[in-house]
Design a protein around this ligand. Structure first.
Ligand code: HEM
Length: 245
């Protein structure tokens, strides 16, 4: 959202509240039900060749990750859309955050698109459900959003927070110690490739944090070593860092 579009934020959050049964005091407007786990992130050896970021140098970095469902209702269980918000505690005492979601793409390109989609998805006061004809008309008008929604409908629901790929859905540029930059290109299950624009492709294929985190989370070793969740939705046992509603 650009500076000129900040005024839309209130409208947007208001619509979100309407979609999730109103305002829930003390809860986030979306991703209201989540829990935090503590762990350690250790970057792969390739990471520092493409990035000079402190947490990519291979030193184990303490991390907290909040896993959440997409709903704004704190009482709702996690459904098909789930998220991972991580905070890395860097050696110099500062922190850096990374948010990611399990969607392969986002259904809105500009703020007006998400405002439009949320508006047509408002529950009808008589039925308590969105008017499907309105939603379909909007998606027909916005084919990119339509494709994402279609994809979400045929996708199986995740079995656990540990068994999905979390994607930041953003263009990331890595710069290494020599000042060489490249754009991170997601290869899905194949990890990340560093692609240099204008100077040909860099031959580096590195497995970066998010992907590694998912793998090691499931395997229980390496990457982000999160303690197993103790509440529903994951493996049992262990002690979570905290629980947030
Ligand atoms: C139109 C686009 C979006 C809107 C309007 C939106 C809105 C929001 C809002 C209102 C919150 C709650 C913030 C709070 O109360 O602290 C939130 C949380 C969050 N969003 Fe988004 N979001 C959008 C896109 C995205 C995308 C593309 C991602 C990831 C790729 C993402 C990941 C997250 C995560 C992980 C959280 C939870 C953070 C936490 O656990 O503390 N969001 N979002």
């Amino acid at each position: 959202m650009s500076h000129g579009q900040f005024y839309k934020a209130d409208e947007l959050v208001e619509l979100i509240h309407h979609n999730f049964g109103g305002f829930h005091p003390g809860a986030r407007a979306v991703h209201a039900n989540g829990r935090i786990h503590a762990g350690t992130f250790t970057a792969t050896v390739e990471a520092k060749s493409v990035s000079r970021a402190a947490h990519f140098q291979g030193t184990p970095i303490p991390v907290t990750s909040r896993f959440s469902g997409g709903s704004g209702d704190p009482g709702a269980s996690a459904g098909g859309t789930i998220a991972m918000a991580s905070r890395f505690y860097l050696p110099d005492g500062t922190v850096t955050d990374l948010i990611a979601i399990n969607l392969p793409a986002f259904p809105a390109r500009i703020p007006d698109d998400i405002i439009g989609l949320l508006s047509v998805a408002q529950p009808d006061p008589t039925t308590g459900k969105p008017d499907l004809a309105k939603v379909q008309a909007f998606l027909a008008d916005h084919p990119a959003a339509g494709r994402v929604v279609q994809l979400l409908q045929v996708r199986p629901a995740p079995v656990s927070f540990a068994q999905v790929s979390y994607r930041p859905l953003h263009a990331f540029r890595f710069v290494n110690a020599a000042g060489e930059g490249c754009w991170a290109l997601s290869l899905g299950a194949g990890g990340w490739q560093c692609r240099s624009v204008g100077r040909g492709n860099v031959a580096t294929t590195a497995r970066f944090p998010i992907h590694r985190a998912r793998e090691s989370f499931a395997a229980g070793s390496g990457g982000i070593q999160a303690r197993p969740p103790t509440r529903a939705g994951g493996r049992s046992g262990g002690r979570p860092f905290g629980v947030l509603a």
